[in-house]
Design a protein around this ligand. Structure first.
Ligand SMILES: [Zn+2]
Length: 340
């Protein structure tokens, strides 16, 4: 639990990491979640036919309902209850939520690093390996290359990343545009006083990997650092470009792997398990109950509470909250009907 923020004092970064969260922004957010849920259903259908009914069921029922809590006195929306499958490699809805939670975990550290040393600037570094038809082999090749790159830096014999004081990266997989083969790569936010030299990095990367030299280094706008972090924490799989058959194949290769890594001052940050938002304590609210029906979310009801009326258990966010129980409780409460 935390205290309500003072809107005036909040930076654009903080607003973005909360998914810019007044009531006005809610329809757009719900519609984005609806699109993700629709794609998850396509994946679930494919999994059911070709792989596992149990897994398919998990993904199918993910996000069937969403409860947003509107703290209307400060106009803040929080995702308060939902049932998530947490298969973020299969489910675009869980991938969006996980990306948002990762952003929320890393941005405060970024701001602390900047406060301690204003000369450190953020850069977006991309490392790729040559496309190939064996995803597992290509993925291991990328991971081994990244591992060796950091070892070289530690050995202190001169590396393109020598000036990097903090880095966080994530691995991503898609099909190469031209080749149609698997194309694993990684995006990294690296903080350094000077931009790492791309040519030096490309040479080093080639000498490590033996077959790959395509790298990219560019500055991240310091007034909008979230944009760089979003690049790192966006989906590990490009669901919108991927056929369900590829999504499942990538899931089977990547599911037990750690897809986010960090070094230097970014080390030691945990991305929270829960995909829900942090609630505010002791503020009055209205709960907005959405159910997924035929292609999108629709608002079923809203119900209001003053803080002294609610039990602590109702104030805690809930994952896997049984919908029947929630509806029944809702019916017993004084209800502010927002729509039919
Ligand atoms: Zn899910």
């Amino acid at each position: 639990m935390r205290s309500p923020p003072d809107q005036e004092e909040r930076s654009p970064v903080e607003l973005q990491l909360d998914e810019a969260s007044g009531i006005e922004a809610l329809p757009k957010r719900v519609s984005r979640y609806g699109d993700a849920k629709r794609r998850a259903l396509e994946v679930a259908k494919y999994i059911e036919q070709s792989f596992s009914e149990t897994l398919a069921r998990k993904v199918h029922y993910c996000g069937n309902y969403l409860v947003f809590r509107h703290y209307y006195t400060v106009d803040e929306i929080r995702l308060h209850a939902a049932q998530f499958c947490k298969k973020h490699l299969l489910c675009p809805l869980c991938a969006i939520r996980r990306g948002s939670k990762a952003l929320q975990a890393y941005l405060p550290r970024y701001e602390a690093i900047k406060a301690a040393n204003a000369r450190l600037k953020p850069f977006l570094v991309t490392l790729t390996v040559k496309d190939g038809d064996d995803l597992e082999e290509r993925f291991k090749h990328l991971m081994a290359g990244q591992h060796e790159l950091w070892k070289r830096k530690q050995r202190g014999r001169g590396s393109a990343l020598d000036g990097v004081a903090a880095a966080v990266w994530s691995y991503e997989v898609k099909r190469g545009r031209g080749s149609g083969l698997w194309h694993p790569h990684l995006h990294m936010v690296a903080m350094a006083e000077h931009q790492p030299d791309a040519q030096h990095l490309a040479c080093e990367w080639r000498s490590i990997t033996g077959d790959s030299f395509v790298v990219d280094v560019r500055p991240i706008d310091q007034h909008d650092p979230a944009s760089g972090f979003l690049e790192v924490f966006k989906y590990a799989l490009k669901f919108s470009d991927m056929e369900p058959v590829d999504t499942l194949a990538a899931y089977l290769v990547l599911k037990r792997r750690r897809l986010v890594g960090s070094a230097g001052f970014f080390r030691g940050i945990e991305i929270p398990e829960s995909l829900l938002d942090e609630p505010f304590d002791d503020l009055p609210y209205v709960d907005l109950f959405y159910r997924y029906l035929e292609g999108g979310y629709s608002l079923k009801r809203g119900m209001g509470r003053e803080p002294h009326e609610s039990k602590r258990s109702e104030r805690e966010p809930r994952e896997g909250y049984p919908t029947g129980q929630l509806s029944e409780q809702a019916a017993q409460r004084s209800s502010i009907r927002l729509t039919g």
